[in-house]
Write a protein that binds this ligand. Structure first.
Ligand code: RTP
Ligand code: MG
Length: 137
């Protein structure tokens, strides 16, 4: 089923010069299309909306500080099974548990600085796309 998903390449990925590598992995998947792509310094209000489900968790404030620490690449990707597909390319949240070959498994070590966010369901994808690209139908 064709879907769309919201992908963030987090400040660690931008700082470390890994966004080309990560976007390349997404781009090379058959029949997926990047339909929006922008490098942005996010503001706190945008991140509060995006991470609303995590308010009150012990990692919330450090996560906000990290996500505010530098520019982020904000993408919308469309294509067959792209929601589960990008999460599979990313690997599990904790990079140490992520298999080599996945983005987090290849490039990450600590759980907060895990390089990439990708929507986890159709509902999340639509909610997150509205936050970052309100103009996209
Ligand atoms: P994401 O939302 O960024 O795609 O990642 P995810 O679904 O794999 O992970 P989630 O549970 O939604 O957590 C959001 C982000 O918070 C940071 N985190 N830090 N224990 C910790 O220090 C901790 N746990 C989560 C990570 O950056 C994670 O991606
Ligand atoms: Mg998540």
């Amino acid at each position: 089923m064709s879907q769309r998903t919201l992908v963030l390449l987090k400040p660690d990925a931008v700082r470390r010069g890994l966004i080309g590598e990560i976007i390349g992995r997404i781009e090379r998947k058959a029949d997926w299309t990047i339909t929006a792509l922008e490098l942005r310094k996010l503001d706190r209000a945008t991140l509060e909306a995006h991470y609303a489900e995590h308010v009150g968790r012990p990692f919330y404030e450090p996560l906000m500080e990290f996500m505010l620490s530098g520019p982020v690449a904000v993408l919308v990707v469309e294509g067959e099974s792209v929601i589960a597909g990008v999460r599979a390319l990313a690997g599990p949240t904790d990079p140490i548990a992520a298999a080599p070959g996945s983005i987090r498994g290849d490039f990450g070590t600590i759980v907060r600085e895990n390089l990439i966010h990708a929507s986890d369901s159709e509902e999340s994808a639509e909610r997150e796309i509205k936050i970052f690209y309100p103009g996209l139908a």
